[in-house]
Design a protein around this ligand. Sequence first.
Ligand code: BG6
Length: 507
Amino acid sequence: MTSLLTNPLRVGLRQERVITPQCIVIFGASGDLTHRKLVPALFELFRQRRLPSEFAVLGCARRPWSDEEFRSRMAASLAAEIADHPGAWEQFSQGLYYEPVDLQQSDHLVRLAGRLEVIDRHRATRGNRTFYLSVAPEFYGSGCRALAAAGLLSDPERSRVVIEKPFGRDYGSAQTLNKVVQACAKESQVYRIDHYLGKETVQNILVMRFANTIFEPIWNRNYISNVQITAAETVGVEDRAGYYESSGALRDMVQNHLTQILALTAMEPPGRFDAEAIRNEKAKVLQAARLADEQEPWRCCVRGQYGPGGSASRPLPGYREEPGVNPTSTTETYVAMKLFIDNWRWQGVPFYLRSGKRLPKRISEVVLTFREAPVHLFDAAGGAPTPNQLILRIQPDEGAEIKFEVKAPGSGMRSRPVDMAFSYDDSFGEPSDEGYVRLLADAMLGDPTLYTRSDEVEAAWRLYTPLLELIEEAPWQLPVQPYEARTWGPAAADNLLAEDGLIWRRP
Ligand code: BG6
């Protein structure tokens, strides 16, 4: 019988793609992600008529909920969307089911398999299944084992498993987890999610680079002097202290989201536009990346932690005062570092990465700064010409911007920097889909292009190993430096660039 799921290699990133009948099974269905992101994304796909009518969502968690209870809880968190589309919700929610499942109990898996067969009959989902592991990370491996032992991953054409982040805690644990997962399923069945890859502007890095002729010829060490990648957030730890305390900014944002942006910015053009060709290039560039000083990582990295701040009318607590946080915590909420990529394209070009919570602005961007013109023929308004920059604005205000010098009006020939900007909003008008909409659709389509492969994930962890080991073994060498909430991080992060005669872009 021919496969009912689409062959990922043939799908590539074609426009016309149809999700085949299937059931998506969400483990961890009582958790935040399910009602905040996953079910809203599935409802959005339903409203866009991208889900087939033979479709079901089975929520699974330990709580003894009924189908009805699950539906009404999901409805409560989607109240605003449902108010606008009551009919659509009515239809969509008929395909929502719930089964109490503890992945550690083999008899629960037997019951789950039975329930899936019933759903297959009622909803004509034909045995095609996407299992989404939105459980605590320590259960990713055992969760896959449980699914495999119950025979639920045995057909590589009909079953896939999506694994949330963080995939491992370091290089060794990521390798171990990969081995466990690969013993349960083929790599082609495994979808390691990084929601940044679902963002239109992150995907746009590839299109900007490889659909134009003007950028790629200068996208290298001959023309680019340095690259800055920033992901700044205004929010603090929110109610996630339990998770964040053992994660910190390095594991929470840098190893995954920023590293994916780095890979797309720095990779070589793929030979073809398909999942494997793209992931080969991403893995290759990450394998060539290293901390600027691997022997003494404290020289090229800065860790920070937000203290109290805000205004008199709206004071903000420091990280150590947040609910659930250890009052003597040394978890970093900010990290900045310098990397190099040892290959022909990037040798000697510093890449600076920074990410932090409770910074003054929510902004993610990539800034490529070009080398100075070899000769200065004109006086520049500020004394020296501003180097050209290409800024890829990931969020908010999605778009791109080029900074260059023009003649300042008036007599004489002085130059002045100006911007030329592209905005997704102005050009296309409609808001782009939430990352999870795109990524869930891709997983159900069998297109892994925007998911990370085992070697990529390992290379990303390997890159930060000297730093993780230092924090583990000699944390006093890289202490967290306090910064006031709503400021741009510790002064040491500015020094990191100042040593190279540079400054962070202040967006
Ligand atoms: C998540 C992190 O992966 O990404 C959060 O766990 C962070 O700590 C979030 O706030 C940021 O995502 P976005 O899409 O809002 O930039």
